[in-house]
Design a protein around this ligand. Structure first.
Ligand code: ATP
Ligand code: MG
Length: 206
């Protein structure tokens, strides 16, 4: 996949990292609007391998999450999916992913796309200062999380590196979708129909 990007004259990419358990319309709207606003040539969705903050037992199998991410993104020419974190041993860290992309793609501009909750935790990630020099961050608004903290304190010196993207609020989360399935409540229109069908076919989350 990365080799394809190399030949395609790519200058700026977005990386949308997540557990994607399952991927939903909140992720897709965020990625689409980030690509538009920051003129990204591609947004690469990167399903996490072993996220440090979630144990392996808590999350759905890598291949199911990879397939759902592919099903959700397949009809958008700007979207791609990378297996970089699924194939790496050990815990998944954003810094290693960004470096991995740069090794193949050279010194292109990388925008790491997150929701408000994730950016507010960035200083708990591995080597945050280094990460903030290796790439820029697009922090999308998300209902329930307040981004005013980004204006001062520890964030002050990174004003040039972190951009806030206002998106129409979608109070959708994978946790809520999993709970809905477990309780027999509808999930239609919260995620792409193909992903909903896959969840049903594989009997995930019940
Ligand atoms: P979970 O409930 O399992 O944590 P999630 O819905 O938060 O799932 P993740 O895979 O954890 O989804 O999130 C991946 C990235 O997408 C994170 O940066 C997160 O902040 C962002 N994101 C998820 N849902 C939304 C949303 N509705 N609006 C904006 N950003 C979102
Ligand atoms: Mg989350």
């Amino acid at each position: 996949m990365l080799a394809t990007l190399l030949s395609a004259n790519i200058e700026r990419i977005g990386i949308m990292g997540g557990t994607f358990d399952p991927i939903h319309n909140g992720h897709l709207v965020t990625a689409e609007l980030a690509a538009y606003q920051y003129q990204l040539d591609k947004v690469i969705f990167v399903p996490s391998g072993n996220p440090p903050h979630k144990t392996k037992q808590q999350i759905t199998k890598d291949e199911d999450r990879y397939i759902m991410t592919t099903l959700a993104t397949i009809d958008n020419p700007k979207f791609d999916v990378s297996r970089i974190e699924l194939e790496r041993e050990g815990l998944s860290y954003a810094i290693d992913t960004v470096k991995g992309f740069k090794e193949v793609l050279g010194e292109i501009d990388i925008y790491f796309i997150t929701g408000a909750d994730a950016i507010l935790e960035i200083f708990t990630w591995k080597e945050p200062e280094k990460l903030l020099t290796e790439c820029k961050f697009i922090a999308a608004t998300r209902p329930g999380y307040c981004l005013s903290k980004l204006e001062d304190g520890i964030y002050e010196e990174y004003q040039e590196q972190i951009f806030v993207l206002k998106i129409p609020g979608l109070a959708i989360s994978s946790t809520d979708i999993r709970n809905r399935v477990a309780n027999g409540r509808p999930i239609k229109y919260l995620l792409p129909p193909r992903v909903e069908n896959y969840v049903n076919k594989r009997k995930l989350y019940i």
